[in-house]
Design a protein around this ligand. Structure first.
Ligand SMILES: [Cu+2]
Length: 155
């Protein structure tokens, strides 16, 4: 019985470590679960490599947004949220994978791959006022051709 409290403390510390590790927090926020209240924003991706939002997008630190992303094109696209360094790293990762099949098979916490005609959601809580956040498709060549949107997180 004398070990009860320390054991509980240890157990919760381990649990906290595990849950923190699985959260995969990015530098501009964190993905959140379905139960978290969030504002819906529609996004459409197309083969002209435009990323269209249903509103003039502005995001606040602490705010959760449910991005409902539709691929209106005929090829696969991606929707990835991150800062500049994360975008560059992710783009390298995607390029290093052999074939698009592998790219979509890997689960990235801050990315969704959307097949033609498909709609998927990515629910994200923005954190870090003043940080630059980039939304992008990192299928090789798409970011460079303009499939991106850049904004700054408000207070
Ligand atoms: Cu794309």
């Amino acid at each position: 019985m004398i070990n009860y409290v320390p054991f509980r403390f240890l157990a919760s510390a381990v649990l906290l470590m595990l849950s923190t590790a699985s959260m995969a927090r990015g530098s501009v926020g964190v993905p959140v679960g379905e139960s978290v209240p969030a504002r819906d924003v529609n996004v459409s991706l197309s083969d002209t490599l435009e990323m269209k939002f249903s509103e003039k997008l502005s995001v606040k630190s602490g705010e959760a947004i449910n991005f409902i992303v539709t691929n209106k094109g005929r090829i696969r696209h991606e929707f990835f949220i991150g800062d500049k360094a994360e975008q560059i790293k992710h783009r390298k990762k995607i390029r290093s994978l052999r074939g698009e099949e592998n790219a979509s098979a890997i689960k990235f916490e801050n990315a969704i791959f959307i097949e033609p005609g498909e709609t998927k959601t990515l629910k994200w809580r923005f954190l870090g006022a003043g940080k630059v956040v980039i939304f992008a498709c990192n299928i090789p060549g798409h970011f460079e051709a303009g499939a991106r949107f850049i904004t700054v997180i408000d207070n």
